[in-house]
Ligand binder design. Structure first.
Ligand SMILES: Nc1ncnc2c1ncn2[C@@H]1O[C@H](COP(=O)(O)OP(=O)(O)O)[C@@H](O)[C@H]1O
Ligand SMILES: [Mg+2]
Length: 458
């Protein structure tokens, strides 16, 4: 209970049995003979549970699956003020109070740093659905409304949604902070706003590995971390002015979520109304499809929350019966890792053509196995070049060319057999060549920068 609830003297109506995974709820206005209701779940967490308990017992296996190439989703569902955001994000400053999202960052990058024969690429997106409009929380232009599109192969996606490649915890935390700042922008009352919007943090993990067939395979797991809008019913919200429309639109995504869940579990529905809302369309795979999904339901334990807590328990109880069909996503089209690998090959060819890459013999080719894909032996070459080889080649080449041109210029100046007009012409020609050399240098530098940047990822 909140301190306020305790101060107001509300009774506690919930009993949690962590061992049995049971929640018992008692109607504070029970009529004579009305029994308390008991619900059973995969896991239950009470007031003495720690963030780490939830993570280690429930979320860690999900994130492990994502690292293996499964899709994963975690929803936080419940009445405003009962701990959805605390569960998903928690208190960042206190390591014990960090929620699922920061814990998953640590988990993912620790796993990657310990991996031996895989290459990983992690990227993050952050979006929000508010009044059935999708906002890209990482976009420069926050006013832009995003569109849902459908691809017959990859399913529903958001067109032009920003995503950032991140290579460590610090970078992905930065992405999260950026999005959180944008969430609060434009909201006069953050609490009210966040209780009406759905926030979805998406982490995509691509993993490339040589399979038993000797070929390189890429698996892609997508993790959706969803902090839903408050589940409280409209009647309680004290609606006036603009609110009814807003409230009904929020209820659209949430009630669609409820309807989808009901249709999935009643065993009779032939039609699942995914298309009724942005949320259910976007997360279609998480509900009865190709994903492992966790729903965390947060509950208010005080007597005044009875109606909402009971309805949350019923909602979660229905969701529990959904059967998903998760599978590893192997070698899908359009992976970023593959794109990067191909781009590296292209850039390398261009740099080689310009004579910028040293053609040293491939040595230690066994040592750097993780970086060494078939047909792309750049690993050691970059190693050579990382000690300044690439830069040195570039500098030397340009220096030689420039010196040569300057010498030729001087020779023309000194050539007394030339008439002034011809001299001028020749000098201008050389100037032009120097200018071209400068442009070439810029282009080469750009190539080299790109090449090196890509190499950090792939
Ligand atoms: N398990 C918990 N332990 C301690 N404080 C909590 C816990 N759950 C929620 N809180 C606190 O309760 C308040 C409301 O939680 P919040 O996560 O913002 O709710 P919601 O996102 O569901 O509206 C916050 O101040 C939060 O820090
Ligand atoms: Mg919240």
């Amino acid at each position: 209970m909140h301190r306020k609830e305790e101060a107001a003297g509300y009774e506690r109506i919930l009993d949690m049995d962590v061992k049995l995974g049971q929640v018992t709820i008692r109607n504070p206005k029970a009529s004579l003979g009305e029994l308390a209701k008991t619900f059973t779940f995969d896991a239950v967490y009470d007031a003495s549970s720690k963030q780490a308990d939830l993570y280690d017992e429930t979320v860690r296996p999900l994130v492990d699956s994502v690292l293996q190439g499964f899709n994963g989703t975690m929803f936080a569902y419940g009445q405003t003020g009962t701990g959805k955001t605390y569960t998903m994000q928690g208190a960042w400053a206190d390591s014990e109070k960090r929620g699922v999202i920061p814990n998953s960052f640590e988990h993912i990058f620790t796993h990657i740093s310990r991996s031996q024969n895989q290459q990983y690429l992690v990227r993050a997106s952050y979006l929000e659905i508010y009044q059935e409009e999708i906002r890209d929380l990482l976009a420069k232009d926050q006013s832009k409304k995003m569109e849902l599109k459908e691809n017959p192969e990859t399913g529903v996606y958001i067109k032009d949604l920003s995503s950032f490649v991140t290579k460590n915890v610090k970078e992905i935390e930065h992405v999260m902070n950026l999005g959180n700042q944008n969430r609060s922008v434009g909201s006069t009352n953050m609490n009210e706003y966040s209780s009406r919007s759905h926030a979805i943090f998406v982490i995509t993990v691509e993993c490339s590995e040589i399979g038993p067939d000797g070929e390189d395979h890429i698996r892609v797991g997508k993790l959706n971390l969803v902090d839903l809008a408050g589940s409280e019913r409209q009647s309680k919200m004290g609606i006036q002015g603009e609110r009814p429309k807003e409230a009904s639109k929020i209820n659209l995504s949430l009630s669609a979520l409820g309807n989808v869940i009901s249709a999935l579990v009643d065993g009779k529905s032939t039609h699942i109304p995914y298309r009724d809302s942005k949320l259910t369309r976007l997360l279609q795979d998480s509900l009865g499809g190709n994903a492992k999904t966790i729903m965390v339901a947060t509950l208010g334990p005080a007597s005044h929350s009875y109606d909402e807590s009971l309805s949350t328990l019923r909602f979660a109880n229905r969701a529990k019966n959904i059967k998903n069909k998760p599978r590893v996503n192997e070698d899908p089209k359009d992976t970023l890792l593959r794109e990067f690998q191909e781009e590296i090959i292209r850039l390398k060819a261009q740099l080689e053509k310009r004579g910028m890459l040293s053609k040293k013999r491939r040595r230690n080719s066994r040592r750097k196995k993780t970086l060494d894909w078939e047909g792309t032996p750049e690993a050691e070459e970059l190693e050579d070049n990382e000690d300044g080889g690439l830069e040195k080649n570039m500098k030397n080449y340009l220096k030689e060319q420039k010196e040569r041109l300057e010498e030729e210029k001087a020779a023309i100046q000194d050539d007394h057999s030339l008439v002034n007009e011809d001299k001028q012409k020749l000098l201008e020609e050389k100037e032009k060549m120097i200018e071209e050399l400068r442009k070439e240098q810029e282009a080469t530098e750009l190539l080299a920068t790109k090449y090196k940047a890509l190499f950090r990822w792939a």
